[in-house]
Write a protein that binds this ligand. Sequence first.
Ligand SMILES: C[S@@+](CC[C@H](N)C(=O)[O-])C[C@H]1O[C@@H](n2cnc3c(N)ncnc32)[C@H](O)[C@@H]1O
Ligand code: SF4
Length: 374
Amino acid sequence: MATSVYIHIPFCATKCYYCAFNTYTFHKEQAKAYLQALRTEIALYAPETDPLQTIFIGGGTPSILSANALAQLFNDIHQHFQITPDAEITVECNPGTVDSEKLRVMQDNGVNRLSFGLQAMQDETLKQLGRIHTVAEFLQSYHLAREHRFENINIDLIFALPDQKMDAWHHTLNEVISLEPDHISAYNLVMEETTPFYEWWQAGELHLPTEDTEADMFQYTIDTLTTHGYTHYEICNFAKPNRYARHNLVYWNNQPCIGLGAGACGYLNGVRYTNIRGIAPYISKLSQRHKPIADTEHLTGHAEKSETLMLALRKREGISLEDYQDRFGEKIEVAFGSILKKWIDLRLLERTPTHLRLTPRGLFLANEVFVELM
Ligand SMILES: C[S@@+](CC[C@H](N)C(=O)[O-])C[C@H]1O[C@@H](n2cnc3c(N)ncnc32)[C@H](O)[C@@H]1O
Ligand code: SF4
């Protein structure tokens, strides 16, 4: 049984040049058929849930749906799922795609957390990234959300962008802090193989900051955000007190979560599954009332242990040694003794009385640690 649900809305106005998420250009009719299929999928999975504690509607751009379509989606959600009174319900929004009517629909349906993708505070950079909005349009959307009394708002940013100088990143971060969002996700740019950015980079047309500059940007992010009252609680995530993303903690704690929608991933009854990515085949499978699963992996034995360890190490507090022992009936050293010793000796991991976690230096080399734990 799961108490968390992720719902994927695979549509965007246009695709940003760096993005490899499963998302397609928005077409109204296709979106309508998609939501109908989603309704069937929701009904198929509803019996496998206990009252939900977190719901995350992500994308893509969920806020590209019309107010009517959003109302329909929430209707389906409320009809099939029980939801706890204090559940966290998040919707990802793209600046420039929200208006009062949509925000009202969200509010009326219990949405209590919004996540805006901003990425950068310079219009020329937003253009270079293929974003559909300007800084002014972001500010308009953000303030409108505050006027509608959304009290828990996240802003996504990306650093180490092509040609980005330290000054530009300082400016972005400080402008965002001045808006006092409740949560900030600051990602370093990942060059995804299927994107135009990757192609341009390979062709020598994009110039990325050096690794040293990237590390300086990350260190600046940690120092500045923690000075301004944000807790650094996961590698890329920072929150004001009591504003940790509860839904994301479900992932980092490797707990069950039902994934719904094209290309969505879920983890249920010890099985990790990925849905069919294409919209048409996804709809077609659901028209036969079959779960639209493309791949499954039984996460047992060592695989479950290493995934649990890797995901928990993303959290700044690290992995609770007691929780690990309760889950697997053995101490963490049984499966990982020698590899943990290596990283502890190299000062990339450290033990506290209750946890094992990345050191401040380990944060910068987390991927190297994770690769060896797999
Ligand atoms: C699933 S996207 C959805 C957000 C929303 N559609 C938007 O862009 O406004 C969530 C976040 O992932 C981050 N992201 C996407 N592609 C990335 C990449 N290649 N490297 C780093 N971060 C990326 C962006 O910060 C983005 O806001
Ligand atoms: S970053 Fe957001 S808006 Fe841009 S393509 Fe990806 S999901 Fe869509």
